[in-house]
Design a protein around this ligand. Structure first.
Ligand SMILES: NC(=O)c1ccc[n+]([C@@H]2O[C@H](COP(=O)([O-])OP(=O)(O)OC[C@H]3O[C@@H](n4cnc5c(N)ncnc54)[C@H](OP(=O)(O)O)[C@@H]3O)[C@@H](O)[C@H]2O)c1
Length: 243
């Protein structure tokens, strides 16, 4: 049984990705989330409506021990399961000026995006290399490319993840495992719910925020066999805001 693991898939972009990978590529879904069990269950129903299996895996990607434990337990209970796709999507923001930034706001953002990538990917990589097939897709951000005032922590986490994407791609290309990053601009989700879209959209050539489904379309392509010759790339999806 082939599975795609999507972290932070109870809501927002991760949710759209989980549904899209089920619908378009017929992958069974390992749906990771942190705490919102209601949202996770609602997404599971939508994934299952695509006639695939969906397993909920609740763990904090920033917590190395729990991440490893959850993934090991899943493999033990499902010896036939092959995780072919990892989408490292879980991420948080704790915005504020660097001058006033509290240590917990610095560390939690890095721990989730960057260490989360390490915790999840490291636990699953060996198997992908053994099978000589895999797709690793990291959801980064425009902030990780250009830097964003008020988001020094987030820009650092996403920027480091972009570099990790490029380095890992070079390490494991020989084993036919590709590693790419997707860098969204402003996308409608809970993360951007408080943003002033009317003002911000003036900066965006396409004059609107993007939809989670549009990011999911790109991820689905990168996760497919059609993207076999793309690795180490960062693909922008930002309405022309920056590229
Ligand atoms: N929205 C944008 O404009 C935008 C732009 C660029 C990049 N991104 C990136 O896209 C990704 C998804 O963003 P989004 O807008 O969909 O965010 P969102 O609506 O806030 O959803 C975040 C998701 O991540 C999960 N999550 C948070 N911390 C986690 C942790 N420590 N362990 C496991 N799961 C965790 C949440 O689970 P619970 O439901 O359990 O809380 C939820 O499913 C993030 O990496 C974000 O940085 C977003």
């Amino acid at each position: 049984m082939k599975y795609a693991l999507v972290t932070g898939a109870s809501r927002g972009i991760g949710k759209a990705i989980a549904i899209k990978l089920a619908r378009e590529l017929q992958y069974n879904i390992l749906l990771n989330f942190h705490s919102n069990i209601e949202a996770a269950n609602a997404t599971k129903e939508l994934v299952e409506a695509e006639n695939v299996q969906c397993e909920l895996l609740q763990f904090d990607v920033a917590d190395a021990e729990n991440t490893t434990k959850a993934l090991e337990e899943f493999s033990k209970a499902n010896p036939d399961a092959e995780i072919e796709i990892i989408v490292n999507n879980a991420g948080i923001t704790r915005d504020g000026l660097f001058m006033w930034m509290k240590p917990e706001d610095w560390h939690s953002v890095i721990d989730t995006s960057l260490n989360g990538f390490y915790n999840v990917t490291q636990a699953l990589l060996k198997n992908m290399l053994k099978k000589r097939y895999g797709r690793i897709i990291n959801i980064v951000s425009l902030s990780g490319l250009k830097g964003n005032a008020g988001q020094v922590n987030y820009s650092a986490a996403k920027g480091a993840l972009i570099s990790a994407t490029k380095a890992l791609a070079q390490e494991i290309g020989k084993r036919k495992v590709t590693v790419n990053a997707v860098a969204p601009g402003f996308i409608t989700s809970d993360m951007t719910a408080d943003f002033d879209e009317k003002e911000l959209k003036k900066l965006i050539p396409l004059n609107r925020f993007g939809e989670a489904e549009e990011v999911a379309d790109l991820v689905s392509f990168l996760a497919s066999k059609k993207a076999s010759y793309i690795t180490g790339e960062v693909i922008n999806i930002n309405g022309g805001l920056y590229s």
